[in-house]
Ligand binder design. Structure first.
Ligand code: ADP
Ligand code: TRP
Length: 325
């Protein structure tokens, strides 16, 4: 008996070194969900094809993302942890859903518009990205999808597609809920914009310490006089706060109001905090690197588990649509 565990699913693109935004917005939350929920977590390399067209780069990023997750505490026995392309049925579902996805809905995708604005070539992969994401979520009967705020619209598109499908073919899909954490929903980058691999403004989790130090020391600050109270709606304050509990945050806040605070000192403290915080995980990651077979076998095991769930759903979906005759 007991309560049924909820199916929680989320994915991350292997599109570069994972950073504090990914960590607080998604990874740490997923890892914390493992005990109480039926967790599905995957590395979405099909999605990354929309921006990475270099074979070696994609391969390296994929295994690095897997190492990062495992080092941070993803437990392949408790959870279902895999690489998206190891369950290719998701691409079939993408096609099956595409007639439920109105062009108008897709055209309103802000992430598509943002990417085009940034100079990416407007190809069909970018345009259909949200349908593949809907397939990811619906193929596994996901109930809860923890993501950062930037993914909110993708979840709305997923729900829209699922509701339309259910209205057309009967009650096939679970309608998923986005789970967005208000405290960490937007980690700023070192320039104050959203921290993102594609903006080159990240503090990576597992890079060389020198790179992390350089990133921290480059956090944009203002030129408020050392003896004047300082603005807290700033990247340094916000990033530092991610590592503090409420009492510690109050102390930091007081320091911002007190004369004599130097941003340079604060940056050094933050750098130390980051290194200290991630040091056990860094060690774990080094150990995993020496045991890469374990990483591969964990991913295989995850793909097998995910595939079993996908099989049941895809059968049901095909039946409901008239693809069995
Ligand atoms: P990036 O913008 O670096 O390419 P992704 O789009 O791959 O990151 O995001 C992976 C996950 O991490 C998503 O759930 C996303 O919402 C979350 N995430 C990314 N950047 C941030 C951020 N700056 N703050 C909070 N969450 C973030
Ligand atoms: N689009 C998501 C991002 O960029 C990644 C993603 C792909 C995802 N498929 C998913 C997230 C399914 C949650 C569920 O962050």
């Amino acid at each position: 008996m007991g309560h049924m565990k909820k199916r929680v699913l989320s994915g991350i693109q292997p599109s570069g070194a994972l950073h504090l935004g990914n960590y607080f917005g998604m990874m740490s939350r997923m890892i914390n969900y493992q005990d109480e929920n039926d967790l599905f977590c995957f590395i979405v390399n099909y999605h990354a094809l929309t921006t990475i067209q270099d074979k070696n780069e994609l391969e390296e990023n994929t295994i690095n993302a897997a190492l990062d997750f495992l080092a941070l505490g993803m437990d392949p026995d408790k959870s279902t942890f895999w690489v998206q392309s190891d369950v290719p049925k998701v691409t079939e579902l993408t096609w099956l859903l595409s007639s439920m996805a109105g062009v108008g809905l897709m055209e309103r995708s802000t992430s598509y518009k943002d990417k085009i604005e940034k100079g990416l070539k407007p190809h069909m992969g970018l345009f259909s990205y949200p349908i593949l994401m809907a397939a990811d979520i619906l193929l596994y009967g996901s109930e809860i999808v923890p993501v950062g705020k930037d993914q909110k619209q993708h979840l709305e598109i997923t729900r829209d597609i699922a509701i339309r499908f259910n209205n057309t073919y009967g009650d096939v899909f679970v309608i998923p809920e986005a789970d967005i954490n208000e405290n960490t929903m937007l980690v700023p980058g070192i320039d104050g914009q959203k921290m993102s691999k594609s903006y080159g403004n990240t503090i990576p989790i597992f890079s060389d310490e020198k790179i992390i130090r350089k990133a921290v020391m480059s956090i944009t600050t203002d030129s408020t006089d050392i003896n004047d109270p300082k603005d807290k709606d700033t990247p340094l304050f916000k990033i530092y706060s991610m590592f503090l509990n409420n009492d510690e945050k109050d102390i930091l806040s007081d320091r911002y109001d007190t004369p004599g605070l130097r941003y340079g000192d604060l940056k050094k403290e933050l750098f130390e905090k980051i290194i200290e915080y991630f040091s056990p995980y860094r060690k774990k990651r080094d150990d995993l690197l020496k045991n890469i077979d374990f990483v591969h076998s964990s991913l295989n095991q995850g793909a097998q588990k995910a595939s079993n769930v996908a099989d049941t759903y895809i059968e049901k979906i095909r039946n409901s649509m008239g693809l069995k005759y």
